[in-house]
Design a protein around this ligand. Structure first.
Ligand SMILES: [Zn+2]
Length: 248
């Protein structure tokens, strides 16, 4: 699920790595941008592929993924339904297991490293492939900013995860929604600055007398499409919890 800013956080990536194929699901919407990105990974010449985020349970989408088989494993960036509803059917179609691992894993001729990045959700994980690019799920998106899905997500975790991603340096980002970005460090720095600016606005709204999350949404997100206010409210709740925890 995504936020409201529509500009990319970093320059778009010109050319995908040779081992990455993007299959975008036909589930566009205010919370999914132009649809959920399913990434199929396979080193040139490798016998089998790895799928990251099967996406929604849409037959046409799952058939398109399976056409890139054989598939040796399915990886998940986080449990939101627009990323995982298709898992049971894709497993049935391909026989591929869902893998949950710590550290590094070799598959599809690639080295895949799991990096815990809680914040958008508690279970969010990014995958660094061959130290060449990072699959970021909904932690960094191709356009706009993501929500912190409080209470499952946490803003302090999210800010720490952005620092983790920033430390990966200038590697491409293959996100869960929207186009690929050229530079993870630039995108993570932008996201952090955006979150801190919003936090300042929330602080100001509370100081001006806003007493509940919807008051804050009205004050801070007045310029945002109302279809996104429920998402904004979740992020505001995360920000209020963060400010409460930070209070002396
Ligand atoms: Zn999500």
């Amino acid at each position: 699920m995504v936020g409201h800013v529509t500009a990319p956080a970093a320059a778009l990536l010109d050319t995908l790595p040779g081992w990455a194929t993007l299959i975008r699901a036909d589930n566009p919407g205010p919370m999914t941008l132009d649809g959920t990105n399913t990434w199929v990974l396979r080193a040139p010449g490798a016998a089998r592929a790895v799928v990251v985020d099967p996406g929604p349970d849409l037959a046409e989408h799952l058939v398109a993924i399976a056409a890139h088989g054989p598939i040796e494993a399915i990886l998940i960036t986080h449990g939101h339904p627009d990323h995982t509803d298709g898992v049971p059917r894709l497993t049935e179609m391909t026989g591929a297991p869902v893998l949950d691992f710590d550290g590094e894993f070799a598959a599809a001729g690639l080295r895949i490293r799991a990096v815990d990045t809680p914040g958008h959700t508690r279970d969010s994980v990014c995958y660094v492939v061959n130290d060449e690019a990072v699959l970021a799920g909904d932690t960094i998106l191709g356009r706009g900013t993501t929500i912190v899905a409080w209470p499952d997500g946490s803003l302090s975790d999210y800010l720490t995860s952005l620092d983790t991603l920033r430390a990966l340096g200038p590697m491409p980002v293959l996100p869960g929604h929207g186009p690929a970005l050229a530079d993870c460090a630039v995108a993570a720095a932008y996201y952090r600055a955006h979150r801190e600016a919003r936090l300042e606005q929330v602080r100001a709204a509370v100081a001006a007398g806003a007493t509940d999350a919807m008051d804050v949404v009205h004050a801070v997100y007045a310029d945002v499409d109302q279809a996104l206010w429920p998402a904004a409210e979740a992020t505001v709740r995360a920000q209020l919890a963060y400010l409460r925890d930070a209070a002396p």
